[in-house]
Design a protein around this ligand. Structure first.
Ligand code: GDP
Ligand code: MG
Length: 161
């Protein structure tokens, strides 16, 4: 069974989601944002920027030895990205599920990548893959002053409190 009363800390889990340059170019920002809003997650940070190369290489530090690493940096710096922080219960895992497999060719329909992507080199969005990874990425992309603490008026329609 599931304990229905989640701890306050569980409801404050955060993840970093980014619409990559291809997603911005293809005007998919609104549709991506809408999916997480509809699900019930709370948007606590959002900005658009052209990501500097050093930020990108830190963001993708675990890919540094991969052959496609230079391609990823080139892709990610090819235009502006829209970076967001979403908050809620189990948000990291749920957003990964909603984003779908890394390779859009393997991503299920209904996921962002499965609905909007075809090839692994242009997979529309980024989503943190763990709670620790999310914390690291959020600190990398956002100043704490850029993250909003606010109360959702329908909080008790989404969670049993
Ligand atoms: P993610 O967490 O699902 O985004 O996947 P990874 O952390 O493994 O990889 C990060 C990003 O690198 C992916 O989202 C893709 O944009 C890119 N990437 C991964 N594998 C490949 C590949 O084989 N070729 C290319 N060109 N890019 C890749
Ligand atoms: Mg990853």
């Amino acid at each position: 069974y599931y304990c229905t009363t989640a701890g306050i800390a569980d409801l404050r889990e955060r993840t970093l989601i980014a619409v990559k340059p291809d997603g911005v170019q293809r005007r998919l920002v609104g549709q991506v944002v809408q999916r997480f809003e509809k699900r019930g997650f709370k948007l606590v940070g959002l900005k658009m920027l052209k990501a500097p190369e050093d930020l990108l290489s830190q963001h993708y530090q675990n890919l540094q030895k991969k052959p496609f690493f230079p391609e990823v940096l080139c892709y990610m710096s090819s235009g502006p990205v829209v970076v967001m922080v979403w908050e809620g219960y189990n948000v990291v895992q749920t957003c990964r599920m909603m984003v779908g497999k890394t390779n859009p060719a393997e991503a299920d329909p209904g996921t962002v990548r499965g609905d909007f992507g075809i090839h692994v080199s242009r997979n529309v969005v980024h989503a943190s893959d763990s709670v620790e990874g999310a914390q690291r990425e959020i600190q990398l992309w956002f100043d704490c002053k850029e993250l909003m603490d606010w109360d959702c008026c329908d909080h008790n329609k989404i969670y049993e409190l």
